[in-house]
Write a protein that binds this ligand. Structure first.
Ligand code: FRU
Length: 455
């Protein structure tokens, strides 16, 4: 693939690597006012390759400062996805109580062999040492065995982790983050969307009536026609060893209804769950027309659980966009766009059309019953064979909260729509060959916009 790209598609607010390839967010952890984002990275080409962990830090989840590569492939293989925790009590012994270490658990993937879980630690938040005791969780004879997500277990007051094991997840616990003992499994009997499970996460989210509920998130390489890579979740309880579904649903609960939000997990060491995903789909990830970089993260979204017309569902809220929401101005008629990045709010039903002089259009529509999004004429399509097909062009989702408002962020080549007050998130990339320079709202209720300027 060429590294020049057709034009600069780099978003302003969404994280992109300094150059070359990224997929999953990894090791996200919040320490003393700083958000750490590690990420699957191949620094030598804008396509997937031997995986490293790239690293960036931010104080506001919008401006990221690149850091040196944190983990390089080694004699055990590539560095696949995993997580970091801030080991405040220094149970691992890799730091001190005064200067607690960051402890990373990740998968080593041997391209000719197996996958197993390994540990690395850092005392300065930048440089990582791998332990000589790796692997800390050897492979139990399962070909897909990866993506450990460590979390604090409030039931047993210890560290636990959840990892993906082919068509299910396994839970482990540890007193020192180094020795791990299996405590249980979940799936596949509750799963309505078969596939290979990847990048699980387990956390508690607040409900709108003041309680909390456990959420198990799993990304899946799908066997079905629902699109290649999607993320679903289950709502239930965690007894300290295992997870159980308590809110049975007769449909798959999708974390996002768009084509491009995968492998999302939450930051460790925060009061409330804040998730970032990879804003891409494996189906065409390696062939996007972005040139010298490839792949980006979603914006950060805070998650809670709310009652909707179809039962309890995750509700997403943008984090870090307060400056934009404070400056929203009414859209009267079709309006010129001065910026390739903007936030828009719509109350009620209506259609929003972003367009350019090439006649390219990205369309989002809210009807009485559905949320629709259509990128079939939004810009470049032919860079890969599936991208222009109906399965990846347009979608419609039943509404979940009919009186809810819609917030939309468009950022150069990434669209994130939070419809129905955040109950229907839709994330997708689009590649307009010229920037969209016009926004029109047809038959719409009140529409307000704030265009972004670098500050
Ligand atoms: C998910 C995934 C993970 C794996 C990583 C490899 O997108 O397939 O399961 O650890 O990407 O880059």
């Amino acid at each position: 693939m060429s590294t020049t790209g057709s034009r600069n598609y780099r978003p302003n607010l969404h994280f992109t690597p300094p150059a070359m390839w990224t997929n999953d967010p990894n090791g996200m952890v919040y320490v003393n006012g700083v958000y750490h984002l590690f990420y699957q990275h191949y620094p030598k080409a804008p396509h997937w390759g031997p995986m490293h962990w790239g690293h960036a830090v931010s104080r506001d989840l919008l401006h990221w400062e690149h850091q040196p590569i944190a983990l390089y492939p080694d004699e055990m293989g590539y560095i696949y996805s995993g997580s970091c925790v801030y080991d405040k009590e220094n149970v691992s012994g890799y730091g001190t109580k005064e200067e607690p270490p960051l402890v990373a658990l990740y998968t080593n993937h041997d391209p000719d062999g197996e996958q197993r879980q390994c540990l690395a630690y850092s005392t300065d938040g930048v440089h990582f040492e791998k332990t000589i005791h790796n692997p800390v969780i050897p492979n139990p004879g399962i070909s897909d065995f990866r993506d450990p997500k460590v979390f604090y277990n409030p039931v047993k007051n210890c560290w636990s982790l959840v990892l993906a094991a082919k068509d299910r997840v396994h839970f482990y616990q540890s007193a020192d983050l180094k020795h791990w003992e299996k405590t249980g499994e979940f799936g596949p009997e509750e799963n309505l969307a078969p596939g290979i499970w990847e990048c699980p996460d387990l956390f508690q989210a607040r409900t709108e009536d003041g309680d909390s509920i456990w959420v198990l998130v799993v990304s899946m390489l799908m066997d079905t026609e629902d699109g290649r890579s999607r993320t679903q979740y289950f709502l239930g309880d965690f007894d300290g060893d295992r997870f159980f579904v308590t809110e049975k649903a007769d449909e798959v609960l999708w974390l996002d209804f768009g084509f491009d939000n995968y492998a999302g997990v939450i930051f460790q060491n925060m009061e409330e769950p804040v998730l970032l995903g990879w804003a891409m789909n494996w189906e065409y990830a390696n062939e996007t027309p972005t040139g010298e970089y490839c792949g980006q993260m979603t914006l950060a979204r805070k998650l809670r659980v709310g009652r909707t017309d179809r039962g309890l569902r995750l509700i997403s809220e943008f984090v870090g966009l307060e400056k934009l929401t404070a400056r929203l101005e009414e859209v009267e008629g079709p309006q010129k766009l001065e910026s390739e990045t903007f936030l828009l709010e719509m109350e009620g039903t209506g259609t929003i059309v972003l367009s350019n002089e090439q006649g390219e259009e990205l369309i989002v529509e809210v009807t009485e019953d559905e949320i629709l999004a259509d990128r079939s004429r939004a810009g470049e399509q032919e860079f890969q064979k599936s991208f222009p097909t109906p399965a990846y062009s347009a979608l419609s989702v039943p509404r979940l909260r009919k009186d809810g408002r819609l917030l939309l962020v468009f950022d150069v080549s990434v669209l994130e729509v939070f419809a129905d007050d955040g109950a229907v998130p839709v994330t997708m990339v689009a590649y307009p060959t010229k920037p969209y320079d016009r926004v029109a709202a047809e038959g719409a209720g009140k529409v307000r916009i704030c265009q972004w300027k670098e500050q």
